[in-house]
Design a protein around this ligand. Structure first.
Ligand SMILES: Cc1cc2nc3c(=O)[nH]c(=O)nc-3n(C[C@H](O)[C@H](O)[C@H](O)COP(=O)(O)OP(=O)(O)OC[C@H]3O[C@@H](n4cnc5c(N)ncnc54)[C@H](O)[C@@H]3O)c2cc1C
Ligand code: FES
Length: 277
């Protein structure tokens, strides 16, 4: 049989090992990759999930593992994701990547870390929480602010206690609309910023969520005293190649797939009109 020559664009076969239902339209898939990915994934990077005859979609890595098994949290919204949701443990897909620049983990060392996540935006940030938990001494205070529209849309609820238990961590959750069981905060995620004990002087903020949420969050962080070079955002754009060849994901002079998806705010603020909200 002919040997496959793997390039960074070759999908590697991967088996679905475990599926966790997170919310009515979102599941976390754990993929065991047949051949280790070309590099160990970093928090904030993404892969292209490929299903022959169906299509491809970029998806963030929520659990980096060792490059052999990775976790990805996926909302069913269209062609590829709807097909994926019909697959079962043991079925195969193709995975290419990891692609893009992740969160600035080295810059976070010795600093307090503020994570602001909206909805499925917690998925690309979960790897940062895991890394801080694993190497707790390398980082200062962790503040985790998480919001979703309703309580049933919160991801990883089964892990919330373990987030609370990370030493020197403040974890606040809010929902836009509560239900009869919800006893927590109600309001958009930016309402948590004044409630948290944050020292902007020594903190780096990592933000991911719907674009409108990120715009309001940047504004609230600026009002709280954060400078533009202390804020990082993960952007989402429609992609094709994932590696900076096709131009589909262009934002100004940057390709989200190759120069991002994580950008320091100062670099992309010309293309991200916070002033207009
Ligand atoms: C870096 C990155 C990371 C991501 N991480 C995640 C993640 O962790 N989890 C996750 O669930 N999703 C993630 N996404 C989003 C995901 O890639 C998209 O939702 C993708 O479109 C899903 O593929 P699909 O084939 O299922 O949906 P599609 O069939 O592509 O449809 C998705 C939606 O887009 C609309 N649409 C289709 N084509 C176009 C078009 N040409 N222009 C505008 N709208 C169109 C459809 O009507 C539908 O509403 C990420 C995207 C990026 C860029
Ligand atoms: S998806 Fe092709 S350049 Fe980014």
């Amino acid at each position: 049989m002919q040997e496959v020559t793997y390039t960074p664009l070759t999908p590697i076969p991967a088996t679905i090992k475990k599926i966790i239902t997170e919310t009515p339209d979102t599941k976390t898939f754990y993929f065991e990759i047949e051949k280790k990915l070309p590099e160990k994934p970093k928090p904030g990077q993404f892969t292209e999930i490929c299903i022959p005859g169906v299509g491809e979609a970029p998806v963030s890595i929520c659990e980096c593992g060792d490059g052999k098994t990775i976790g990805q949290t996926i909302r069913s919204v269209g062609v590829l994701t709807e097909y994926l949701f019909k697959l079962k443990e043991g079925d195969k897909v193709g995975i290419r990547g990891p692609y893009g620049k992740g969160w600035p983990m080295e810059r976070l060392e010795g600093k307090d870390v503020l994570i602001v996540a909206g909805g499925i935006g917690l998925a690309p940030l979960r790897g940062v929480i895991m890394e801080i938990k694993k190497n707790r001494e390398k980082y200062g205070k962790l503040t985790l602010l998480y919001g979703s529209r309703t309580p049933d849309l919160l991801l990883y609820r089964y892990e919330f206690e373990s987030y609370q238990a990370i030493p020197n961590t403040e974890f606040l959750v809010t929902v836009d609309r509560g239900d009869e069981k919800w006893k927590g905060n109600v309001g958009v995620v930016t309402t948590l910023i004044p409630k948290a004990r944050i020292d902007p002087e020594k903190t780096i903020a990592l933000v991911c969520g719907p674009e409108i949420m990120m715009r309001f969050t940047v504004k609230a962080l600026q009002e709280a005293g954060f400078k533009d070079n202390q804020i990082y955002l993960s952007l989402e754009r429609r992609m094709k190649c994932g590696v900076g060849l096709c131009g589909h994901c262009q934002v100004g002079p940057y390709f989200v797939c190759r120069h991002g998806p994580v950008f320091p705010y100062w670099l992309i603020k010309r293309y991200f009109w916070v002033d207009q909200i």
